[in-house]
Design a protein around this ligand. Structure first.
Ligand code: SF4
Ligand code: SF4
Ligand code: SF4
Length: 325
């Protein structure tokens, strides 16, 4: 079978197929074959536009830093990235012309990184015009729209400032927006979603926050290896005490009980580790309330943490049954 990402090994590609294939009710082999077939039949490389609003470019860096498949393979072999401020070779008027030409033709996948200011357009001007206008123009002709990262999905860190920052779905209300939250975006969430769309021509099933259920269907807390300590009220209070190193991080601000994402299972940096296993609590970066609604990040003194404990005491966060633990 011809593999869809030429230089990518079969093993690496199958890893990417796993979750998406399950959602479609296909085996990984069947899904890989379908991706091959769809991409081989496509008249050209699927065009992608990547816009950046109020962002730190961290999501671009997360995407570009992926080892499997490498960004070069992903972009150069199978997707035509027509516009990306940080990654494209062109700049200035040439870059803007490429953007407008692609928008005019329509039918592209639109990825948006960063939030949009609503207090005043001048908080985010790109190419001499309000970012909001470019977004609206591109969204009108896009085949699919993916909000990439916490800023583009729900406002993220910029929403804690004075710009009235919002996510894409507050500006574009007449089309479905796929929200791939977390700060930064998880590369596998993004590539898997693009593969799903290219293979089926459809938006994947979304939860009520607009996130693909295949990645955001379960609570961090329900898959956390520290869970038995939470259930037994054993909370880490001193990071310097080796005896406490595996205890629950609730008192250090962990918002895992209120956060939906597959981080404990998928992990980050190509499966190497993730926040909680590094000893830092979950900051809730996959949720619409991130950042302001999840602060303080490293203590349990905020309203969100108090609410978690109140629900625990009321029996609303029951201990995991033995077979679930
Ligand atoms: S979601 Fe996080 S990493 Fe991505 S642009 Fe916003 S602040 Fe940066
Ligand atoms: S509160 Fe955080 S560290 Fe503790 S069990 Fe839940 S997710 Fe894990
Ligand atoms: S564990 Fe929590 S803070 Fe860390 S990436 Fe996942 S959702 Fe974000």
């Amino acid at each position: 079978m011809e593999m869809p990402f030429g230089s990518i090994s079969r093993r690496d590609f199958m890893k990417y197929c796993a979750t998406t294939a399950a959602v479609l009710g296909l085996s990984e082999l069947e899904f890989a074959a379908k991706v091959s077939e769809v991409l081989a039949a496509a008249p050209g490389k699927p065009p992608v536009i990547w816009l950046e609003g109020q962002d730190c470019a961290g999501c671009s860096i997360s995407f570009a830093g992926s080892l499997y498949p490498s960004i070069a393979s992903m972009l150069l072999q199978r997707v035509s990235l027509r516009y990306h401020e940080a990654l494209m070779a062109a700049s200035g008027h040439v870059a803007e012309a490429a953007l407008h030409e692609t928008i005019k033709k329509g039918g592209f996948v639109l990825c948006v990184e960063g939030s949009i200011p609503t207090a005043d357009d001048r908080f985010c001007m790109v190419g001499g015009r309000p970012f909001r206008e470019t977004l609206e123009e591109a969204a009108a002709k896009a085949a699919a729209i993916i909000a990439v990262g916490a800023c583009a999905t729900y406002g993220g860190i910029p929403a804690a400032g004075p710009t009235g920052a919002v996510g894409v779905n507050k500006i574009i209300t007449d089309k479905p927006i796929i929200n791939i939250s977390t700060c930064p975006v998880h590369t596998e969430h993004l590539i898997g979603t693009i593969l799903y769309y290219l293979t089926t021509g459809k938006v994947p099933p979304l939860d009520k926050q607009g996130r693909p259920k295949m990645y955001f269907g379960e609570l961090i807390h329900d898959n956390c290896r520290r869970r038995s300590y939470f259930d037994n009220d054993t909370f880490l209070s001193d990071w310097n005490d080796p005896n406490q190193k595996n205890w629950c991080l609730y008192e250090k601000g962990c918002k895992g009980p209120d956060t939906y994402s597959d981080c404990p299972v998928r992990r980050w940096n190509d499966g190497l580790n993730f926040c909680i296993d590094c000893g830092a609590g979950c900051m809730g970066c996959a949720e619409p309330e991130f950042y302001a609604g999840m602060t303080p990040l490293y203590t349990a003194e905020g309203e969100r943490s108090r609410n978690i404990m109140a629900r625990k005491k009321a029996g609303l966060i029951p201990p995991l049954k033995e077979e679930e633990a």
